[in-house]
Write a protein that binds this ligand. Structure first.
Ligand code: 13P
Length: 341
């Protein structure tokens, strides 16, 4: 494959393909494994991820790339094959999470800023040698309006860090996935999500321009415009699609080749239905696809539940969700296809 940033970015958002976000930190994957009663060890994490990466249909037809965690990019399958080689053999691109997580922002209770810039140039060089051709950095913007969260300082600090990260990635020949996640955990309504997401994206593209990031060699990984979960409201896919696309028309340059959504805590089918509605109202200047963690993995995790004898069931569950999201990325998904499975 060509190594130009623009070509890697185009491959990530190739028609009907999206990313598998399998970059849970050791703490996060332990929480997921706790739910299915599996002890989180280096071997159980490897076995689980190997199961997905060896799912032939999903990996060759629906998944363009996998976001890995530092442990996984260095891990070998049970038979000694590096996991990265299994991903590449399926025609998918290995990627790597490089941020060090969201930390409390000094002076701004309730706000966070994502850390990890120190030493990043050297780590990116190392990850390139290990096979990574794209990276991810997640900024977290919570909404709690009564407490003045998010502050302008939080939005600005996170945008600045994302831009410094993106510039370092491009210097290393790695496509930056730029992820400013406005959380759906709050009690806010959908229009508040729109307003905060708009302020976040305006600041983000200001900073990316200021840092001389080549937008053609980037991918945006945003939230959809949704009501906060604690509001008790679930917006229709049509409303989510209309507001999400209006937001991007206001804020995301057409030079950006693709937008790959996070699922953010949406139910599996909700994340698929919303992506489908977004693509059903095209054409759009960017490809719009998935970079789901939970919405791709909840079903296979449950089906697998840590037993080698359940690997075929886990792979079938993964293939089904990847297939449904493939159709949604093309605007061709229907709810009846879920029941059929
Ligand atoms: P979710 O789809 O579970 O939100 O995870 C995507 C991701 O990579 C968050 O950083």
């Amino acid at each position: 494959m060509s190594e130009r940033l623009e070509d890697i970015a185009a491959a990530i958002v190739a028609d009907g393909k999206g990313l598998l976000a399998a970059d849970e930190s050791s703490g996060t994957i332990k929480k997921r494994f706790d739910v299915i009663g599996v002890e989180s060890t280096a071997d159980s994490r490897r076995d689980y991820r190997e199961m997905m990466f060896r799912t032939r249909e999903a990996m060759t037809r629906y998944i363009s790339g996998v976001i890995l965690y530092d442990e996984t990019i260095r891990q070998k399958a049970a038979d000694g094959t590096p996991l990265v080689d299994i991903i590449k053999a399926a025609g998918a691109i290995p990627g790597i999470k490089v941020d060090a997580g969201a930390k409390p922002l000094a002076g701004f209770p309730g706000d966070t800023v994502t850390e990890g810039l120190d030493g990043l140039r050297e780590r990116l060089t190392d990850y390139y040698k290990l096979g990574a051709r794209f990276a991810k950095w997640r900024a977290v913007i919570d909404i709690d309006q009564a407490k003045g969260v998010p502050s302008a300082n939080s939005i600005g600090s996170n945008a600045h860090a994302l831009a410094r990260y993106a510039a370092l990635c491009q210097e290393a020949g790695i496509v930056p996935i730029v992820e400013p996640e406005v959380l759906m955990d709050g009690a806010h309504d959908i229009d508040t999500c729109y307003d905060i997401s708009k302020a976040t994206l305006i600041k983000l593209y200001d900073e990316l321009h200021a840092a001389r990031v080549v937008l053609e060699g980037t991918i945006l990984k945003p939230n959809m415009v949704l009501a906060g979960r604690k509001s008790g409201k679930v917006s229709s896919p049509e409303e989510v699609a209309e507001k999400t696309i209006r937001l991007f028309h206001q804020t995301v340059p057409a030079a950006v080749p693709g937008i790959a959504f996070l699922s953010g805590g949406q139910e599996d089918e909700e994340a698929t239905a919303n992506l489908n509605a977004i693509n059903a109202i095209g054409p759009h200047p960017w490809k719009l696809t998935f970079s789901y963690g939970r919405a791709l993995q909840a079903a296979p995790q449950k089906a697998w539940s840590g037993k080698a004898s359940n690997v075929p069931a886990g792979q079938a569950a993964f293939t089904h969700r990847a297939h449904m999201n493939h159709l949604a990325a093309l605007g061709k998904w229907k709810a009846s296809l879920e029941q059929a499975a």
